[in-house]
Design a binder for this molecule. Sequence first.
Ligand SMILES: CC(C)(COP(=O)(O)OP(=O)(O)OC[C@H]1O[C@@H](n2cnc3c(N)ncnc32)[C@H](O)[C@@H]1OP(=O)(O)O)[C@@H](O)C(=O)NCCC(=O)NCCS
Length: 207
Amino acid sequence: MFAIPLGADNAELRPLEPWQAEEFLAHMDRGREFIGQHIGLADAAADLESARGWLRSYAEKTAADAGRLYGIWLDGVLVGGVLFRVFDTEKGTCEAGCWLEPAAAGRGLVTRASRIIIDWAFRERGMHRVEWQVSSANAPSINVAKRLGMSRDGVLRSHTSYRGARQDTEVWSVLAHEWLADDTAAPASTSAPASASASASASASTP
Ligand SMILES: CC(C)(COP(=O)(O)OP(=O)(O)OC[C@H]1O[C@@H](n2cnc3c(N)ncnc32)[C@H](O)[C@@H]1OP(=O)(O)O)[C@@H](O)C(=O)NCCC(=O)NCCS
């Protein structure tokens, strides 16, 4: 199994798959309240069966080339992840997302992990647009979009209902030519998370 180092602090990006459901659930249980403030992931992975089902839904998206899911491990502990909720190769657009348990926040892990998958989407998959949809109330996630060099396209007013309250959704995005022209956007190593070359060149992990 491949793992891509995220920097000097012993953090790694790896695929997150259905066989890791127990580890994923334990991580969710540590971060449930924090993660569930603005997104439904905490509710979608409420117990082992639903956690496995959610991971399986991403395995199916991956098989269909319609989405991706990667976990972030810090000192060998699963602490969060990044994903492509939508990956539309015909339109050349995709939507990225992220989460962390609170102990792992504030270290740039999601920004670094997002750079790797976004760089892969643009350089290896020829995507034209990577989108970031976020509740207007979710300042930490909006700050990630800003750190990634995204622009605010606009706001979808009263777009969704979450835990009984209507919420506005901000849409942020970065386009291929913007990303490729920005020397600070790409990760230090532009290893592709889902390619054979990444498997061969990335650091060793558990076999
Ligand atoms: C959204 C979320 C992942 C952001 O977490 P985060 O830790 O703020 O984001 P990052 O991992 O990119 O870290 C950035 C922070 O680390 C700091 N940092 C330290 N080293 C850094 C580095 N090398 N690179 C970038 N930032 C770094 C930044 O200054 C920033 O801290 P600040 O906000 O106090 O200025 C987190 O709040 C979360 O999981 N929320 C719940 C789930 C959720 O809402 N997901 C988003 C759905 S749209």
